[in-house]
Design a protein around this ligand. Structure first.
Ligand code: C2E
Ligand code: MG
Ligand code: MG
Length: 526
C-alpha cells in the first residue's frame, strides 16, 4: 500500500479525533443526549479507521479498491469534522445572542448600569435574606432643562457621565441602578448610620465639580430620597414607594436629601384627599374667579384685569391657589382647572364688556399646560367659535414654568401667537430665563416679581433689579408690569422708572366680578 493512501487514512482519523474534542465541547454546552450518542459513534469510527489501516498495512494490500477505501475514509473524516465544527460555531453564535439578549434585558443600554428589573431582583433577594438595607432614590435636578437647552445628545452624555462618576465612587458602598430617565437607585446594605452617611457623601462628592459633557461644563445636583428596610417597611414595593416619596419631597423642598418618615405618607394621603376634592370641585363648578386690576401709569386708570382662581370653602372662606394649584399640577388635574378658568373667564368677559370693560383679561397658565397639545387644541376650538377672544386674553406663564419646559413654551407661544393671543412672563426675575429666548419669542409683557418690587425701596439690589428689568423690557420692546405694589412710595418710584403698568393691594386686592363692576365699571348689566 502506498504511503500516500496511508497518510490519507491517518489524516481522516486525525480529523475524527479533532471532531471528537469539539463534540465533547458541544456535549458540555448542550443538554441534548443525541450529541453524546454522536460522541460514542465517532469513537467507534476512529476504532474502525484504525482497524482498517492496520488491516491494509499488515496484509500489505495495494489495489484500486484499497485506494478508493482510503479516499472514502479521508472524505468521511473531513465531512464529520466540518459538520461538527459548523454546528459548534452555530451553537456559540446562538449562545452569544442569548447572552446579549439577557444583558440587554437586565441592563440599561445607555449607561450600561443594571436596570429596574435587576434592582427589584436584588432588593427581593436582600429582603428574603432579611438583611437590613437602605434604598436610595436619586433624581437629577433640572435635567429637562439640560435636554431643552443643549439637546438630547448632551442629555444622554450627561447621564453617562453621571453614571460613570457614581459607579467609580460607589464601587464598594452599594449597587447602582438606572431606573428610568434621570432616575437612579442605590441599594446599600450598610447597617450603621455612619456607613450610610459615607455612601451619601460619596454620591454628592461624585458630582461636586461640574461634569464635562460635549465641551460644556454642567453642574449636576441630585434630589435624594432614602427609605430603610425593615424600619420603613418590610414590603419591597412599599419600601420603594417610600424612597420615591422622600425623593419627591427633597425635590419639592429644594433639599438634597430627605429620609422617609411616616409624616410624608400622611401628607401624601392628604394630597390624595385634596386631589379627589379638586376633581369634585371641577365637576360641580365650585371654583370662582376673582379679578385684580392692572393700573396704567400714564392714565392712572384700570387697564386690564388679572384672573385669579378662588375655591370657596364650607366655612365661608376661600382657599387660595397656592394651596391647591400645586396639587392639581402634580396630579395632572391642572389642565382641567386651566380649561375651566379659560371658559369661565370668557363668560365673565362678556359680562364685564356689558358693564363697560374695554381691557384684556390676564389668565395664568401652569407649566403642565405647556406639556401637551391638549391646551392648544382647546383654545383653538374656542378661537374657532369666537376669534375676537385672542385680542382680549393675555396668557401669563411664570418664568420658571417657561424655563422648565422651554420647547413646550416655544411651541405653545408660537402657535397661540399665530391666532393673535399675547403672552406675559409672570414672576420675572425668579426663574433664570435665557435672554436669547426672550428675543426669539414674541412676548408682549414682562411682569416683575413681587419680591423685588416689595423690597425695592429698602434694598439697593432689588431696586437695581427692578430698574434693569424695566430697561431690558423696553429694549426688547415689551410692556412692563410691576406686581405687589402696597404703598404710594413704591408706586412713585415705579412711575419715576417709567414702568408701564402697576398691580397690587395698594390699588385693590383681587375682587369678585360684582365688586369689580361696582368699583371700576359703570355696571350697566349684571
Ligand atoms: P400671580 O400670577 O403672580 O398672581 C399674583 C398673586 O399675588 C395673587 O395671589 C395676588 O393676590 C397676589 N398679589 C397681588 N398684589 C399683591 C400685593 O400687593 N401684595 C401681596 N402680598 N400679594 C399680592 P393669588 O391669587 O393667591 O395667586 C397666587 C398664584 O397662584 C398666582 O401668582 C398664580 O401663579 C397662581 N394662580 C392664580 N390663579 C391661577 C389660575 O387660574 N391658574 C393657574 N395655573 N395659576 C393660578
Ligand atoms: Mg399671574
Ligand atoms: Mg406673579
Amino acid at each position: 500500500m502506498s504511503e500516500f493512501f496511508i497518510t490519507m487514512i491517518f489524516v481522516g482519523t486525525g480529523l475524527l479525533i479533532a471532531s471528537l474534542m469539539t463534540t465533547l465541547n458541544i456535549c458540555r454546552k448542550s443538554n441534548n443526549s443525541a450529541w453524546y450518542f454522536l460522541f460514542y459513534f465517532i469513537i467507534l469510527f476512529i476504532v474502525g479507521y484504525a482497524g482498517i489501516l492496520y488491516y491494509f498495512v499488515y496484509f500489505q494490500l495495494d489495489s484500486i479498491l484499497v485506494s478508493i477505501v482510503a479516499c472514502i475514509l479521508f472524505g468521511g473524516g473531513g465531512f464529520v469534522y466540518l459538520v461538527i465544527k459548523l454546528s459548534y460555531n452555530s451553537l456559540v453564535t446562538i449562545e452569544q445572542a442569548v447572552e446579549d439578549q439577557r444583558y440587554q434585558a437586565e441592563h440599561d443600554i445607555l449607561t450600561g448600569l443594571p436596570n429596574r428589573k435587576m434592582f427589584f431582583r436584588y432588593l427581593s433577594q436582600i429582603i428574603n435574606q432579611s438583611t437590613p438595607c437602605s434604598v436610595l432614590f436619586l433624581d437629577l435636578n433640572d435635567f429637562k432643562q439640560v435636554n431643552d437647552s443643549f439637546g438630547h445628545y448632551c442629555g444622554d452624555q450627561l447621564l453617562i457621565a453621571t453614571a460613570n462618576a457614581l459607579k467609580f465612587n460607589l464601587t464598594e458602598h452599594g449597587s447602582l441602578y438606572r431606573l428610568a430617565g434621570d432616575e437612579f437607585a442605590i441599594l446599600s446594605t450598610y447597617q450603621s448610620e455612619k456607613g450610610l452617611q459615607q455612601c451619601i457623601d460619596l454620591i454628592t462628592n461624585s458630582v461636586k465639580s461640574p461634569l464635562k459633557v460635549d465641551k460644556q461644563l454642567i453642574n449636576v445636583k441630585f434630589s435624594i430620597g432614602v427609605s430603610h428596610y425593615p424600619q420603613d417597611s418590610v414590603d419591597m414595593y412599599e419600601l420603594v414607594k417610600h424612597a420615591d416619596l422622600a425623593m419627591y419631597e427633597a425635590k419639592r423642598s429644594g433639599q438634597t436629601l430627605v429620609f422617609y418618615d411616616a409624616e410624608l405618607s400622611n401628607r401624601e394621603s392628604e394630597i390624595l384627599l385634596m386631589v379627589n376634592k379638586i376633581k369634585k370641585a371641577i365637576e360641580q363648578d365650585e371654583f370662582l374667579l376673582f379679578f385684580q386690576p392692572l393700573i396704567c401709569t400714564k392714565s392712572n386708570q384700570q387697564h386690564g384685569l388679572e384672573v385669579l382662581i378662588r375655591w370657596p370653602q364650607p366655612d365661608g372662606g376661600f382657599l387660595s391657589p397656592s394651596d391647591f394649584i400645586m396639587v392639581a399640577e402634580r396630579s395632572s388635574l391642572i389642565l382641567s382647572v386651566t380649561k375651566w378658568v379659560v371658559i369661565e373667564a370668557i363668560k365673565k368677559l362678556k359680562e364685564l364688556k356689558n358693564a363697560g370693560f374695554t381691557g384684556a383679561l390676564h389668565i395664568n397658565l401652569s407649566a403642565q399646560d405647556l406639556k401637551s397639545n391638549a391646551f392648544y387644541e382647546y383654545v383653538a376650538e374656542l378661537f374657532k367659535e369666537d376669534p375676537s377672544i385672542s385680542k382680549v386674553i393675555i396668557f401669563e406663564i411664570t418664568e420658571s414654568a417657561m424655563m422648565t419646559n422651554i420647547q413646550g413654551a416655544k411651541t405653545m407661544i408660537t402657535s397661540l401667537n399665530a391666532m393673535g393671543f399675547q403672552f406675559s412672563i409672570d414672576d420675572f426675575g425668579t426663574g433664570f430665563s435665557s435672554l436669547s429666548l426672550l428675543r426669539e419669542l414674541s412676548i408682549k409683557q414682562i411682569k416683575i416679581d413681587r419680591s423685588f418690587v416689595s423690597g425695592m425701596l429698602t434694598k439697593k439690589a432689588d431696586y437695581a433689579i427692578v430698574k434693569s428689568i424695566i430697561y431690558l423690557a423696553k429694549q426688547l420692546e415689551c410692556e412692563v408690569i410691576a406686581e405687589g405694589i402696597e404703598d404710594r412710595e413704591t408706586e412713585q418710584a415705579l412711575i419715576n422708572l417709567d414702568c408701564h403698568y402697576l398691580q397690587g393691594f395698594y390699588y385693590s386686592k383681587p375682587l369678585s366680578i360684582e365688586d369689580i363692576k361696582h368699583k371700576y365699571l359703570n355696571h350697566k348689566a349684571n
